[in-house]
Design a protein around this ligand. Structure first.
Ligand SMILES: [Zn+2]
Length: 401
């Protein structure tokens, strides 16, 4: 079969969106079409494919097959169509072009100014990223790089495409491993790069460049960036979020960092006060309860609690306060998680750990502690109640109130 590679119109005419072409071949379903020439960019080199229409049929994907470009259609191309009209979606093309040229400019600055070469790039639906050979990228470096790249955008430097022989091409940022003719994208005075992507014709067309988060990815640092309207849209979202957060504190966005810090400090102080007050309250409650608890048949002042939605640990401080009294014993069972806690005063003669281990073993639970404070978990809330009942019985019954 006679075979000719697809001529790529976007190489020399990145602004060309409408074209006519002859059909070279199709798959059996006639949904994957190779043309003699195309303005459609296929996914390659980190830049996503174009979309648009071919013969008024939606182009949903564009891929490379060797030197050919394959257009994947939403419906079959009629057999009568041997010449077709293609229309590339201009908004998506311009967006990808801005991101790709912005990336070249950004990579040049990050390498030349900071010494961080770009290892790989990705142009995503929302965010674009580049991976840098670097140990760490500080917030101030990010801010400085952003400033520099936007100044070069404002300088509106020419961006040109040339074809040079790989053997004699000078001053490339990364030596090409290819042989023969190289397509070289040059940003005047800044960067020369072998690249097959679509690019702006001057840096002003990139529009604003926004650098945002960084994250460590293996031995590289990944930097998020956005160019053109993507940068403007994200800046608007950021501004809205900040304004809403500030409004919740009846402040302006500029006051937010100081205000958030102040609120954090106030919260920590309040938590400390709360803990101190809780301890004081436990002490008073324990004393009041202790004096209201008469001795039982074994001359023990035994108080029993059941918790439905708090863990037994929440009563530990209270228990210790209660058993600071003479011949005092405190037992509590909880539902979530099912558990039991037992505390006794040292003059009570009761070994909490030993007693609890014994009743827990009978109920299929486990636990431990000291002679004056022990706790254990049980397989169910019912088992915790069984343990509590066993403890009460062994200690001669709860004191009547
Ligand atoms: Zn490139």
């Amino acid at each position: 079969m006679h075979h000719t590679a697809t001529q790529r119109l976007y190489f020399d005419h990145p602004a060309l969106l409408r074209f006519e072409a002859g059909v070279l071949r199709c798959n059996d379903e006639r949904t994957a079409v190779v043309l003699d020439q195309t303005a459609f960019y296929p996914t390659s080199g980190g830049q996503p494919h174009d979309i648009g229409t071919l013969h008024d049929i939606e182009v949903i994907d564009v891929t490379e097959d060797g030197n050919d470009v394959v257009h994947h259609l939403a419906a079959a191309l009629p057999t009568s169509a041997d010449r077709v009209r293609g229309v590339v979606d201009g908004a998506r093309r311009r967006d990808h072009t801005q991101q790709h040229s912005g990336q070249h400019l950004l990579s040049a600055i990050l390498e030349d100014r900071f010494g961080w070469p770009t290892v790989s790039i990705h142009i995503g639906r929302e965010w674009c990223t580049l991976d840098l050979r670097s140990n760490a990228v500080s917030a101030s470096a990010l801010s400085e790089a952003e400033q520099m790249v936007n100044e070069l955008v404002t300088d509106d430097l020419p961006v040109t495409v040339s074809y040079e022989d790989a053997a004699s091409a000078q001053g490339l940022r990364k030596p090409s491993t290819r042989q023969g003719a190289l397509r070289i994208v040059t940003i005047e005075g800044i960067d020369r790069n072998a690249c097959g992507g679509t690019h702006v014709t001057s840096t002003g067309m990139i529009g604003p460049v926004l650098l945002r988060g960084t994250e460590k990815v293996r031995d590289t640092v990944r930097v998020q960036f956005r160019c053109g309207m993507r940068a403007v849209r994200r800046a608007r979202i950021d501004a809205t979020l900040l304004t809403e957060a500030a409004a919740a504190l009846s402040a302006t966005a500029d006051d937010l960092p100081g205000l958030v810090q102040a609120q954090r400090d106030a919260l920590l102080t309040s938590e400390k006060t709360c803990t101190a007050l809780r301890a004081q309250l436990d002490r008073y409650e324990a004393q009041a309860l202790l004096s209201a608890t008469p001795a039982n048949s074994r001359d023990l002042r035994l108080h029993v609690d059941r918790l439905t939605d708090l863990p037994v640990k929440s009563r530990q401080a209270f228990a210790q306060q209660f058993v600071s009294g003479s011949r005092a014993v405190y037992a509590v069972a909880a539902v979530t998680p099912p558990a039991i806690l037992l505390a006794s005063s040292s003059d009570s003669g009761i070994d909490c750990a030993a007693l609890l281990r014994e009743v827990l073993a009978a109920a299929g639970g486990r636990g431990g502690g000291t002679p004056t404070l022990a706790q254990g978990s049980t397989p169910s809330a019912e088992a915790a109640d069984v343990c509590l009942a066993a403890v009460i019985e062994r200690l001669g019954g709860a004191s009547a109130e």
